[in-house]
Design a protein around this ligand. Sequence first.
Ligand code: ZN
Length: 468
Amino acid sequence: MNAREMSRNIRRVAMIPAVGFALLCVFLGYWQVYKAPELRADEYNTRARDRLAKIEPGRVLDSGGAPLLGTSREGGKWQRTYPEGESVCHITGYNDRSGVQKSLRDALLGIGRYESPWAEFAEGPTRGNDVTLTVDLDAQEIGTRLLRGERGAVVALDARTGAVLALVSAPGYEPEGLVDSEWDFQMFQNDPGKPEIDRALQGVYPPGSVMKILTAAAVMDLGRVDRETEFECDGEYEIDGATITCPRAHGTVTLDEALQVSCNTTFARLGRYIAADEFVDYMNRFHLLGGADLPLPSSKGRVGDFTGANRDVLLAESLFGQGETLVTPLAIARMTLAIAHGGTVLAPYLVERISAPSGASLYAAQPKELGQAVSAETAASVAGMMANVVEEGTGGVVALSGVDVAAKTGSAENPHGQAHSWFTAFAPADNPQVVVTVVVENAGAGSEAAGPIVRQMLVYLLGNTGAI
Ligand SMILES: [Zn+2]
Protein backbone atom coordinates (compact mmCIF):
# COMPACT_ATOMS: atom_id res chain seq x y z
CA MET A 1 0.00 0.00 0.00
CA ASN A 2 1.55 3.28 -1.03
CA ALA A 3 0.93 6.64 0.54
CA ARG A 4 -1.69 7.69 -2.02
CA GLU A 5 -3.76 4.52 -1.50
CA MET A 6 -3.48 4.97 2.24
CA SER A 7 -4.86 8.50 2.15
CA ARG A 8 -7.72 7.40 -0.13
CA ASN A 9 -8.70 4.70 2.37
CA ILE A 10 -8.57 7.16 5.24
CA ARG A 11 -10.90 9.49 3.32
CA ARG A 12 -13.31 6.61 2.69
CA VAL A 13 -13.39 5.65 6.37
CA ALA A 14 -13.91 9.28 7.32
CA MET A 15 -16.95 9.41 4.99
CA ILE A 16 -18.88 6.83 7.02
CA PRO A 17 -19.78 9.05 10.00
CA ALA A 18 -20.40 11.98 7.67
CA VAL A 19 -22.92 9.99 5.61
CA GLY A 20 -24.50 8.61 8.79
CA PHE A 21 -24.87 12.11 10.17
CA ALA A 22 -26.49 13.29 6.94
CA LEU A 23 -28.96 10.38 6.99
CA LEU A 24 -29.82 11.12 10.61
CA CYS A 25 -30.50 14.73 9.69
CA VAL A 26 -32.80 13.66 6.86
CA PHE A 27 -34.62 11.16 9.10
CA LEU A 28 -35.14 13.61 11.95
CA GLY A 29 -36.07 16.36 9.55
CA TYR A 30 -38.65 14.08 7.97
CA TRP A 31 -40.43 13.35 11.27
CA GLN A 32 -39.79 16.64 13.01
CA VAL A 33 -40.57 18.99 10.17
CA TYR A 34 -42.14 17.31 7.16
CA LYS A 35 -44.40 14.77 8.93
CA ALA A 36 -44.92 16.76 12.12
CA PRO A 37 -48.18 18.50 11.10
CA GLU A 38 -49.68 15.14 10.19
CA LEU A 39 -48.62 13.53 13.48
CA ARG A 40 -49.94 16.45 15.48
CA ALA A 41 -53.25 16.37 13.58
CA ASP A 42 -53.78 12.69 14.32
CA GLU A 43 -56.79 12.67 16.61
CA TYR A 44 -55.92 9.25 18.02
CA ASN A 45 -52.74 10.69 19.43
CA THR A 46 -53.98 11.77 22.91
CA ARG A 47 -51.21 14.29 23.33
CA ALA A 48 -52.32 15.71 19.98
CA ARG A 49 -55.96 15.83 21.12
CA ASP A 50 -55.08 17.85 24.20
CA ARG A 51 -53.02 20.15 22.05
CA LEU A 52 -55.85 20.60 19.51
CA ALA A 53 -58.28 21.60 22.26
CA LYS A 54 -55.96 24.51 23.06
CA ILE A 55 -56.24 25.92 19.53
CA GLU A 56 -59.02 28.47 19.15
CA PRO A 57 -60.97 27.10 16.18
CA GLY A 58 -61.51 29.46 13.27
CA ARG A 59 -64.89 30.97 12.51
CA VAL A 60 -67.44 29.48 10.10
CA LEU A 61 -69.26 32.35 8.42
CA ASP A 62 -72.15 32.65 6.01
CA SER A 63 -71.66 34.52 2.71
CA GLY A 64 -72.45 37.82 4.42
CA GLY A 65 -70.10 37.26 7.37
CA ALA A 66 -72.64 36.02 9.96
CA PRO A 67 -71.10 33.40 12.29
CA LEU A 68 -72.71 29.96 11.92
CA LEU A 69 -70.59 28.41 14.68
CA GLY A 70 -69.38 30.09 17.86
CA THR A 71 -66.67 29.27 20.38
CA SER A 72 -66.49 29.22 24.16
CA ARG A 73 -63.58 28.46 26.48
CA GLU A 74 -63.70 26.25 29.54
CA GLY A 75 -60.71 25.09 31.57
CA GLY A 76 -58.28 26.29 28.91
CA LYS A 77 -60.04 24.27 26.20
CA TRP A 78 -62.07 25.62 23.31
CA GLN A 79 -65.54 24.32 22.54
CA ARG A 80 -68.05 25.01 19.79
CA THR A 81 -71.37 26.75 20.33
CA TYR A 82 -74.29 26.79 17.89
CA PRO A 83 -75.76 30.30 17.72
CA GLU A 84 -77.95 29.57 14.69
CA GLY A 85 -79.21 26.19 15.90
CA GLU A 86 -81.44 24.14 13.67
CA SER A 87 -81.35 26.40 10.60
CA VAL A 88 -77.78 25.34 9.73
CA CYS A 89 -77.54 22.11 11.75
CA HIS A 90 -76.71 19.79 8.85
CA ILE A 91 -73.94 22.16 7.76
CA THR A 92 -72.37 22.81 11.17
CA GLY A 93 -72.94 19.29 12.49
CA TYR A 94 -73.24 18.75 16.27
CA ASN A 95 -69.66 17.81 17.23
CA ASP A 96 -66.17 17.62 15.74
CA ARG A 97 -67.05 14.40 13.94
CA SER A 98 -69.98 15.79 11.92
CA GLY A 99 -70.74 18.55 9.41
CA VAL A 100 -68.05 20.97 8.28
CA GLN A 101 -66.42 20.63 11.72
CA LYS A 102 -65.25 17.24 10.52
CA SER A 103 -64.62 17.85 6.82
CA LEU A 104 -62.94 21.26 7.26
CA ARG A 105 -61.23 20.40 10.55
CA ASP A 106 -57.67 20.96 9.35
CA ALA A 107 -58.52 24.37 7.91
CA LEU A 108 -60.49 25.43 11.00
CA LEU A 109 -57.69 24.40 13.40
CA GLY A 110 -54.80 25.44 11.15
CA ILE A 111 -53.31 21.96 11.21
CA GLY A 112 -52.35 19.28 8.70
CA ARG A 113 -51.78 20.83 5.31
CA TYR A 114 -52.84 24.21 6.73
CA GLU A 115 -49.98 24.19 9.27
CA SER A 116 -46.58 25.63 8.65
CA PRO A 117 -43.90 22.89 8.94
CA TRP A 118 -42.01 25.24 11.28
CA ALA A 119 -44.96 25.60 13.69
CA GLU A 120 -43.31 23.03 16.03
CA PHE A 121 -40.74 25.63 17.03
CA ALA A 122 -43.58 27.99 17.96
CA GLU A 123 -45.64 25.39 19.87
CA GLY A 124 -47.99 25.00 16.88
CA PRO A 125 -50.86 27.29 15.91
CA THR A 126 -52.92 29.02 18.62
CA ARG A 127 -55.80 30.06 16.38
CA GLY A 128 -57.29 28.35 13.33
CA ASN A 129 -58.41 29.82 10.02
CA ASP A 130 -61.77 31.40 9.20
CA VAL A 131 -63.93 29.62 6.62
CA THR A 132 -66.52 31.63 4.72
CA LEU A 133 -69.26 29.49 3.21
CA THR A 134 -71.42 30.35 0.20
CA VAL A 135 -74.72 29.81 2.06
CA ASP A 136 -76.96 32.69 3.08
CA LEU A 137 -78.13 32.42 6.70
CA ASP A 138 -81.45 34.16 5.97
CA ALA A 139 -82.16 31.72 3.12
CA GLN A 140 -81.38 28.86 5.52
CA GLU A 141 -83.84 30.28 8.06
CA ILE A 142 -86.58 30.79 5.47
CA GLY A 143 -86.14 27.24 4.12
CA THR A 144 -86.15 25.81 7.64
CA ARG A 145 -89.36 27.66 8.51
CA LEU A 146 -91.11 26.62 5.28
CA LEU A 147 -90.27 22.94 5.83
CA ARG A 148 -91.38 22.97 9.49
CA GLY A 149 -93.43 19.86 10.27
CA GLU A 150 -92.46 18.20 6.97
CA ARG A 151 -89.79 15.79 5.85
CA GLY A 152 -87.95 17.15 2.86
CA ALA A 153 -85.20 19.37 1.50
CA VAL A 154 -84.48 22.73 -0.10
CA VAL A 155 -81.46 23.31 -2.34
CA ALA A 156 -80.65 26.73 -3.80
CA LEU A 157 -77.72 27.35 -6.14
CA ASP A 158 -76.29 30.43 -7.80
CA ALA A 159 -77.07 29.79 -11.49
CA ARG A 160 -74.01 31.77 -12.60
CA THR A 161 -71.36 30.01 -10.51
CA GLY A 162 -72.71 26.84 -8.84
CA ALA A 163 -72.28 28.34 -5.34
CA VAL A 164 -74.64 26.72 -2.81
CA LEU A 165 -76.95 29.45 -1.47
CA ALA A 166 -79.09 27.23 0.75
CA LEU A 167 -79.04 23.62 1.83
CA VAL A 168 -81.88 22.75 4.20
CA SER A 169 -83.08 19.37 5.38
CA ALA A 170 -86.12 18.69 7.57
CA PRO A 171 -86.55 17.53 10.21
CA GLY A 172 -83.52 19.22 11.70
CA TYR A 173 -82.30 19.35 15.29
CA GLU A 174 -80.81 21.69 17.89
CA PRO A 175 -77.09 20.88 18.05
CA GLU A 176 -76.66 22.58 21.44
CA GLY A 177 -79.15 20.22 23.11
CA LEU A 178 -77.29 17.18 21.82
CA VAL A 179 -74.05 18.47 23.26
CA ASP A 180 -75.57 19.10 26.69
CA SER A 181 -77.87 16.14 27.20
CA GLU A 182 -77.22 12.43 26.81
CA TRP A 183 -81.00 11.88 26.86
CA ASP A 184 -81.51 14.29 23.95
CA PHE A 185 -78.75 12.54 22.04
CA GLN A 186 -80.45 9.14 22.54
CA MET A 187 -83.77 10.57 21.34
CA PHE A 188 -82.02 12.12 18.34
CA GLN A 189 -80.37 8.87 17.33
CA ASN A 190 -83.60 6.87 17.62
CA ASP A 191 -85.90 9.46 16.02
CA PRO A 192 -87.93 7.78 13.24
CA GLY A 193 -87.76 11.07 11.27
CA LYS A 194 -83.99 10.53 11.03
CA PRO A 195 -83.01 14.17 11.63
CA GLU A 196 -79.32 13.32 11.36
CA ILE A 197 -79.71 12.59 7.63
CA ASP A 198 -79.13 15.57 5.36
CA ARG A 199 -81.96 14.90 2.91
CA ALA A 200 -80.69 17.59 0.50
CA LEU A 201 -77.53 15.57 -0.15
CA GLN A 202 -78.19 12.08 1.24
CA GLY A 203 -81.89 11.59 0.54
CA VAL A 204 -82.55 9.46 -2.56
CA TYR A 205 -85.98 9.74 -4.14
CA PRO A 206 -87.68 8.74 -7.38
CA PRO A 207 -87.53 11.97 -9.42
CA GLY A 208 -91.07 11.79 -10.81
CA SER A 209 -91.83 14.33 -13.50
CA VAL A 210 -88.86 16.63 -12.85
CA MET A 211 -87.02 13.91 -14.83
CA LYS A 212 -88.94 15.03 -17.93
CA ILE A 213 -86.51 17.98 -18.13
CA LEU A 214 -83.64 15.57 -18.76
CA THR A 215 -85.63 13.33 -21.11
CA ALA A 216 -86.78 16.29 -23.24
CA ALA A 217 -83.21 17.63 -23.33
CA ALA A 218 -81.81 14.24 -24.38
CA VAL A 219 -84.24 13.51 -27.24
CA MET A 220 -83.93 17.04 -28.61
CA ASP A 221 -80.14 17.01 -28.27
CA LEU A 222 -80.08 13.76 -30.27
CA GLY A 223 -82.04 15.63 -32.95
CA ARG A 224 -84.86 13.08 -33.06
CA VAL A 225 -87.73 15.31 -31.97
CA ASP A 226 -88.19 19.02 -31.39
CA ARG A 227 -90.53 21.22 -29.39
CA GLU A 228 -93.16 21.08 -32.10
CA THR A 229 -93.19 17.28 -32.64
CA GLU A 230 -96.76 16.09 -32.05
CA PHE A 231 -97.94 13.14 -29.94
CA GLU A 232 -101.36 11.65 -29.26
CA CYS A 233 -102.42 11.13 -25.62
CA ASP A 234 -105.65 9.19 -25.07
CA GLY A 235 -104.84 8.84 -21.36
CA GLU A 236 -103.24 5.40 -21.64
CA TYR A 237 -100.22 3.84 -23.29
CA GLU A 238 -99.76 0.07 -23.48
CA ILE A 239 -96.24 -1.33 -23.63
CA ASP A 240 -95.29 -5.02 -23.18
CA GLY A 241 -98.39 -5.70 -21.08
CA ALA A 242 -97.90 -2.63 -18.83
CA THR A 243 -100.22 0.37 -18.93
CA ILE A 244 -98.90 3.90 -18.43
CA THR A 245 -101.57 6.44 -17.64
CA CYS A 246 -102.23 10.17 -17.49
CA PRO A 247 -104.85 11.62 -15.12
CA ARG A 248 -106.86 12.41 -18.29
CA ALA A 249 -106.52 12.21 -22.08
CA HIS A 250 -104.41 15.21 -23.15
CA GLY A 251 -105.29 14.74 -26.87
CA THR A 252 -102.84 15.99 -29.50
CA VAL A 253 -99.87 17.65 -27.78
CA THR A 254 -96.51 18.94 -28.96
CA LEU A 255 -93.47 18.01 -26.85
CA ASP A 256 -93.59 21.58 -25.52
CA GLU A 257 -97.22 21.14 -24.42
CA ALA A 258 -96.51 17.66 -23.07
CA LEU A 259 -94.01 19.21 -20.63
CA GLN A 260 -96.48 21.95 -19.69
CA VAL A 261 -99.23 19.47 -18.74
CA SER A 262 -96.73 16.78 -17.64
CA CYS A 263 -98.12 14.15 -20.01
CA ASN A 264 -96.78 10.72 -18.93
CA THR A 265 -97.80 8.78 -22.04
CA THR A 266 -95.93 11.18 -24.36
CA PHE A 267 -92.73 10.85 -22.34
CA ALA A 268 -93.15 7.05 -22.17
CA ARG A 269 -93.56 7.02 -25.99
CA LEU A 270 -90.20 8.79 -26.32
CA GLY A 271 -88.71 5.33 -25.66
CA ARG A 272 -89.14 4.85 -29.42
CA TYR A 273 -86.73 7.72 -30.03
CA ILE A 274 -84.01 7.04 -27.48
CA ALA A 275 -82.19 3.84 -26.50
CA ALA A 276 -81.61 2.92 -22.85
CA ASP A 277 -77.83 3.35 -23.13
CA GLU A 278 -78.29 6.81 -24.67
CA PHE A 279 -80.65 7.76 -21.84
CA VAL A 280 -78.11 6.59 -19.23
CA ASP A 281 -75.39 8.48 -21.10
CA TYR A 282 -77.38 11.73 -20.75
CA MET A 283 -77.98 11.03 -17.04
CA ASN A 284 -74.22 10.79 -16.64
CA ARG A 285 -73.61 13.90 -18.72
CA PHE A 286 -75.92 15.80 -16.35
CA HIS A 287 -74.15 14.16 -13.35
CA LEU A 288 -77.61 13.11 -12.23
CA LEU A 289 -76.39 9.99 -10.45
CA GLY A 290 -73.20 11.49 -8.99
CA GLY A 291 -72.50 12.50 -5.39
CA ALA A 292 -72.52 16.13 -4.30
CA ASP A 293 -68.74 16.52 -4.07
CA LEU A 294 -69.20 19.01 -1.23
CA PRO A 295 -67.46 18.83 2.18
CA LEU A 296 -70.53 17.08 3.63
CA PRO A 297 -71.72 13.46 3.33
CA SER A 298 -73.78 12.77 0.19
CA SER A 299 -75.40 9.86 -1.64
CA LYS A 300 -75.19 8.79 -5.25
CA GLY A 301 -78.27 8.14 -7.36
CA ARG A 302 -79.16 4.91 -9.09
CA VAL A 303 -80.93 3.75 -12.22
CA GLY A 304 -82.60 0.47 -13.17
CA ASP A 305 -80.92 -2.34 -15.08
CA PHE A 306 -82.02 -2.02 -18.68
CA THR A 307 -80.74 -5.46 -19.75
CA GLY A 308 -83.60 -7.53 -18.29
CA ALA A 309 -86.71 -8.89 -20.03
CA ASN A 310 -88.85 -5.90 -18.99
CA ARG A 311 -86.36 -3.34 -20.29
CA ASP A 312 -88.80 -1.56 -22.61
CA VAL A 313 -91.30 -1.00 -19.78
CA LEU A 314 -88.52 0.07 -17.44
CA LEU A 315 -87.20 2.58 -20.01
CA ALA A 316 -90.70 3.96 -20.70
CA GLU A 317 -91.27 4.45 -16.95
CA SER A 318 -87.80 5.89 -16.36
CA LEU A 319 -88.31 8.51 -19.08
CA PHE A 320 -91.04 10.15 -16.95
CA GLY A 321 -89.18 9.66 -13.68
CA GLN A 322 -90.53 6.41 -12.28
CA GLY A 323 -89.04 2.96 -12.94
CA GLU A 324 -86.15 2.33 -10.59
CA THR A 325 -84.39 5.70 -10.81
CA LEU A 326 -83.41 7.35 -7.52
CA VAL A 327 -81.79 10.79 -7.25
CA THR A 328 -80.82 13.34 -4.61
CA PRO A 329 -82.33 16.87 -4.46
CA LEU A 330 -78.82 18.30 -5.03
CA ALA A 331 -78.54 16.29 -8.28
CA ILE A 332 -81.87 17.66 -9.55
CA ALA A 333 -80.72 21.19 -8.69
CA ARG A 334 -77.41 20.59 -10.54
CA MET A 335 -79.33 19.30 -13.59
CA THR A 336 -81.65 22.34 -13.50
CA LEU A 337 -78.61 24.61 -13.28
CA ALA A 338 -77.12 22.99 -16.41
CA ILE A 339 -80.28 23.89 -18.38
CA ALA A 340 -80.14 27.43 -16.95
CA HIS A 341 -76.42 27.69 -17.78
CA GLY A 342 -76.50 26.93 -21.51
CA GLY A 343 -76.09 23.17 -21.12
CA THR A 344 -72.86 23.39 -19.09
CA VAL A 345 -72.79 21.43 -15.82
CA LEU A 346 -71.25 23.46 -12.98
CA ALA A 347 -69.83 21.87 -9.84
CA PRO A 348 -71.77 23.05 -6.78
CA TYR A 349 -69.45 24.43 -4.09
CA LEU A 350 -69.89 25.37 -0.44
CA VAL A 351 -66.60 26.99 0.61
CA GLU A 352 -66.13 30.55 -0.69
CA ARG A 353 -62.78 31.27 0.98
CA ILE A 354 -60.40 30.35 3.78
CA SER A 355 -58.49 33.11 5.55
CA ALA A 356 -55.57 32.90 7.97
CA PRO A 357 -55.81 34.74 11.35
CA SER A 358 -53.60 37.41 9.77
CA GLY A 359 -56.27 37.93 7.10
CA ALA A 360 -54.12 36.34 4.38
CA SER A 361 -56.12 34.38 1.82
CA LEU A 362 -55.39 30.64 1.88
CA TYR A 363 -58.11 29.61 -0.56
CA ALA A 364 -60.63 31.34 -2.83
CA ALA A 365 -63.30 29.41 -4.74
CA GLN A 366 -63.34 29.39 -8.53
CA PRO A 367 -66.44 28.16 -10.41
CA LYS A 368 -65.70 24.81 -12.03
CA GLU A 369 -67.30 23.36 -15.17
CA LEU A 370 -67.86 19.60 -15.17
CA GLY A 371 -68.67 19.33 -18.89
CA GLN A 372 -71.30 20.01 -21.51
CA ALA A 373 -74.48 17.96 -20.95
CA VAL A 374 -76.33 19.19 -24.06
CA SER A 375 -75.76 21.88 -26.68
CA ALA A 376 -76.50 25.49 -25.82
CA GLU A 377 -79.29 25.37 -28.41
CA THR A 378 -80.93 22.35 -26.72
CA ALA A 379 -80.58 23.99 -23.28
CA ALA A 380 -82.26 27.16 -24.61
CA SER A 381 -85.16 25.12 -26.01
CA VAL A 382 -85.69 23.28 -22.72
CA ALA A 383 -85.42 26.55 -20.78
CA GLY A 384 -88.15 28.02 -23.02
CA MET A 385 -90.33 24.95 -22.44
CA MET A 386 -89.82 25.30 -18.66
CA ALA A 387 -90.85 28.96 -18.85
CA ASN A 388 -94.04 27.79 -20.58
CA VAL A 389 -94.65 25.33 -17.71
CA VAL A 390 -94.98 28.36 -15.41
CA GLU A 391 -96.83 30.58 -17.89
CA GLU A 392 -99.28 28.04 -19.32
CA GLY A 393 -98.90 24.77 -17.43
CA THR A 394 -98.69 23.08 -14.03
CA GLY A 395 -96.04 25.47 -12.60
CA GLY A 396 -98.19 28.63 -12.27
CA VAL A 397 -97.76 28.66 -8.48
CA VAL A 398 -94.22 30.14 -8.84
CA ALA A 399 -95.20 32.91 -11.29
CA LEU A 400 -93.81 36.27 -10.12
CA SER A 401 -94.69 39.71 -11.36
CA GLY A 402 -91.92 41.31 -13.38
CA VAL A 403 -89.72 38.20 -13.58
CA ASP A 404 -90.22 35.14 -15.78
CA VAL A 405 -89.62 31.86 -13.94
CA ALA A 406 -88.80 28.51 -15.59
CA ALA A 407 -89.80 25.37 -13.70
CA LYS A 408 -91.04 21.80 -13.61
CA THR A 409 -93.31 20.07 -11.14
CA GLY A 410 -93.15 16.44 -10.08
CA SER A 411 -95.17 13.95 -8.06
CA ALA A 412 -93.06 10.87 -7.46
CA GLU A 413 -94.91 7.66 -6.70
CA ASN A 414 -93.12 5.61 -4.06
CA PRO A 415 -93.74 2.59 -1.81
CA HIS A 416 -94.06 4.74 1.34
CA GLY A 417 -97.49 6.32 0.88
CA GLN A 418 -98.55 9.51 -0.86
CA ALA A 419 -96.39 10.78 -3.74
CA HIS A 420 -93.32 12.91 -2.98
CA SER A 421 -93.86 16.50 -4.03
CA TRP A 422 -91.07 17.89 -6.25
CA PHE A 423 -90.52 21.31 -7.75
CA THR A 424 -87.41 22.66 -9.47
CA ALA A 425 -87.03 26.16 -10.93
CA PHE A 426 -84.66 28.85 -12.09
CA ALA A 427 -85.12 32.58 -12.57
CA PRO A 428 -85.08 34.97 -14.28
CA ALA A 429 -85.84 32.62 -17.20
CA ASP A 430 -83.94 34.78 -19.73
CA ASN A 431 -80.98 35.64 -17.45
CA PRO A 432 -80.78 32.89 -14.81
CA GLN A 433 -79.37 33.91 -11.42
CA VAL A 434 -80.76 31.36 -8.99
CA VAL A 435 -81.90 27.74 -9.02
CA VAL A 436 -84.22 26.36 -6.32
CA THR A 437 -85.16 22.70 -5.94
CA VAL A 438 -87.54 21.41 -3.26
CA VAL A 439 -88.80 17.96 -2.34
CA VAL A 440 -91.44 17.32 0.33
CA GLU A 441 -91.93 13.67 1.22
CA ASN A 442 -95.38 12.12 0.87
CA ALA A 443 -97.02 15.49 0.27
CA GLY A 444 -98.72 14.88 -3.11
CA ALA A 445 -98.60 17.12 -6.18
CA GLY A 446 -95.50 19.24 -6.76
CA SER A 447 -97.52 22.38 -7.33
CA GLU A 448 -99.22 22.05 -3.92
CA ALA A 449 -96.48 21.38 -1.33
CA ALA A 450 -93.09 22.05 -2.93
CA GLY A 451 -94.18 24.86 -5.31
CA PRO A 452 -95.09 27.49 -2.69
CA ILE A 453 -91.76 26.84 -0.91
CA VAL A 454 -89.85 27.36 -4.17
CA ARG A 455 -91.78 30.58 -4.74
CA GLN A 456 -90.86 32.07 -1.36
CA MET A 457 -87.22 31.07 -1.75
CA LEU A 458 -87.15 32.70 -5.22
CA VAL A 459 -88.70 35.91 -3.88
CA TYR A 460 -86.02 36.17 -1.18
CA LEU A 461 -83.04 35.15 -3.36
CA LEU A 462 -84.04 37.32 -6.36
CA GLY A 463 -84.49 40.22 -3.94
CA ASN A 464 -80.84 39.70 -3.00
CA THR A 465 -79.60 39.69 -6.58
CA GLY A 466 -81.66 42.76 -7.39
CA ALA A 467 -83.78 40.94 -10.01
CA ILE A 468 -86.97 41.91 -8.14
ZN1 ZN B 1 -101.18 12.65 -21.35
